[in-house]
Ligand binder design. Structure first.
Ligand code: HEM
Ligand SMILES: *[C@@H]1O[C@H](CO)[C@@H](O)[C@H](O)[C@H]1NC(C)=O
Ligand SMILES: *[C@@H]1O[C@H](CO)[C@@H](O)[C@H](O)[C@H]1NC(C)=O
Length: 295
C-alpha cells in the first residue's frame, strides 16, 4: 500500500519509478524532469539565451560546449569553472587550459540572471552549463541528447585539477586516453567527444610546434599535410602571434558535422591531440574512420 502511494505520487510528479531504486528522491539522482514543477521554463530560458548569443557570434556555441567539458573534468560537472578567486578559492579560470582561452562566462551569467527572475534559487549553474552545451551542439547542426538535471553547484574550485585532469594538445595519445579513463570515459568516448573540434577555434600557441619543429629536428610534423602546414605558418609565426585564431575544422568551422574526422584522414587535424587519434592507436583509428564515413 505504502509502496503504491509512493509510485503513484512519483508518476504524478512525472518521475519513472526506476528513479527510486536504492536512493530516495533528492538523494543525488539526476533526471531530465528535475525542474518540471519548480521551474518549468528552465530549459526554454537556456535555449533562448544560447540561441541569441550564437546568432550574435557563431563561435559562442563552441565556447559554451567546451566550458561543460572543462567543468566536468574537474570535480565533476559542478560549475566549479565559473568561480572567481576569493577567500580560499583559487579560480580555475587561470589554469593552463583555461587562461586566455575559456570563454562564454557572460552568456552563462545572462542565463542565470534570467533564471533567477523566473524562479529564484532553483536552477543550478552546473545544470545551466550542461544544458547550454547540449543546445549549442543542436544549434550548430549536431545531435541532441536528453540532459539529466539536478546537479548542485560547487563552493570550491580546483586549479590543480584543471591543470592536471584536462588533456593538453601536446599530450601523447596514451596520456589523453588515461585522462579520459580517470573520468570513467573510454576510447569510444574519447574519439566521439573529440568530434566537438568540428566547431570552434584554437590559438596559434596551442599547435605551433607542429608546422615548425615537432620533434626537435627543425622539421614539421610528418603527420601534418604539408600544404596545410604552410597555410598555418602564414598566420602562426615561429614567434609572436600566440593568440592568433585558427579554425579547428577549416572545412566547416561553425557546422557540427563529421568533417573533423574526414580532416584527420587527410592529415589535416589542427592539434597534435586531434591527429594522434588517427595515427597512434589502431582502435582509435578505426573509430575515426567509422565516424568519417558516416555522418
Ligand atoms: C581529447 C582531448 C582534448 C584536447 C587536448 C583539447 C584541446 C583543445 C585546445 C588546445 C583547444 C584550443 C584552445 C585555445 O587555443 O584557446 C580546444 C578548443 C576546443 N575544444 Fe577541445 N580538447 C580536447 C577535447 C575536447 C572535448 C572532449 C570537447 C567537448 C566535448 C572539446 C571542445 C572544444 C571546443 C568546442 C573548442 C573550441 C572552443 C572555442 O572556439 O572557444 N574539446 N581544445
Ligand atoms: C607541452 O606544452 C607545454 C606548454 O607549452 C610545455 O610546458 C610542455 O613541456 C609540453 N609537453 C610536452 C610533452 O611536449
Ligand atoms: C627545434 O627544437 C629543438 C628543441 O626542442 C631545438 O634545439 C632546435 O634548435 C629547434 N630547431 C629549430 C630549427 O628551431
Amino acid at each position: 500500500m505504502v509502496h503504491y502511494i509512493i509510485v503513484i505520487t512519483l508518476l504524478a510528479l512525472g518521475l519513472a519509478p526506476h528513479c527510486l531504486s536504492s536512493k530516495t528522491v533528492g538523494g543525488g539522482y539526476l533526471y531530465p524532469q528535475f525542474y518540471d514543477h519548480s521551474c518549468p521554463k528552465a530549459q526554454e530560458i537556456v535555449r533562448n539565451v544560447v540561441a541569441k548569443a550564437v546568432a550574435k557570434e557563431p563561435r559562442m556555441a563552441a565556447s559554451l560546449l567546451r566550458l561543460h567539458f572543462h567543468d566536468c573534468f574537474v570535480k565533476g560537472c559542478d560549475a566549479s569553472i565559473l568561480l572567481d578567486s576569493s577567500g580560499s578559492i583559487i579560480s580555475e579560470k587561470r589554469s593552463n587550459p583555461n587562461r586566455n582561452s575559456a570563454r562564454g562566462f557572460e552568456v552563462i551569467d545572462e542565463i542565470k540572471a534570467v533564471m533567477e527572475k523566473e524562479c529564484p534559487h532553483t536552477v543550478s549553474c552546473a545544470d545551466i552549463v550542461a544544458l547550454a552545451a547540449r543546445d549549442s551542439t543542436v544549434l550548430t547542426g549536431g545531435p541532441s541528447w536528453e540532459v539529466p538535471l539536478g546537479r548542485r553547484d560547487a563552493r570550491g574550485a580546483s586549479l590543480s585539477g584543471s591543470n592536471n585532469n584536462i588533456p593538453a594538445p601536446n599530450n601523447t595519445f596514451q596520456t589523453i586516453l588515461t585522462k579520459f579513463k580517470l573520468q570513467g570515459l573510454d576510447i569510444v568516448d574519447l574519439v566521439a567527444l573529440s568530434g566537438s573540434h568540428t566547431i570552434g577555434n584554437s590559438r596559434c600557441t596551442s599547435f605551433r610546434q607542429r608546422p615548425y619543429n615537432q620533434s626537435g629536428n627543425g622539421q614539421p610534423d610528418n603527420t601534418l599535410d604539408q600544404s596545410y602546414a604552410s597555410q598555418l605558418r602564414r598566420n602562426c609565426p615561429r614567434s609572436g602571434g600566440d593568440q592568433n585564431l585558427f579554425f579547428l575544422d577549416f572545412v566547416s568551422p561553425i557546422k557540427f558535422d563529421n568533417s573533423y574526422f574526414k580532416n584527420l584522414l587527410a592529415n589535416k587535424g589542427l592539434l597534435n591531440s586531434d591527429q594522434v587519434l588517427f595515427t597512434k592507436n589502431g582502435e582509435s583509428r578505426e573509430l575515426v574512420k567509422t565516424y568519417a564515413y558516416n555522418q
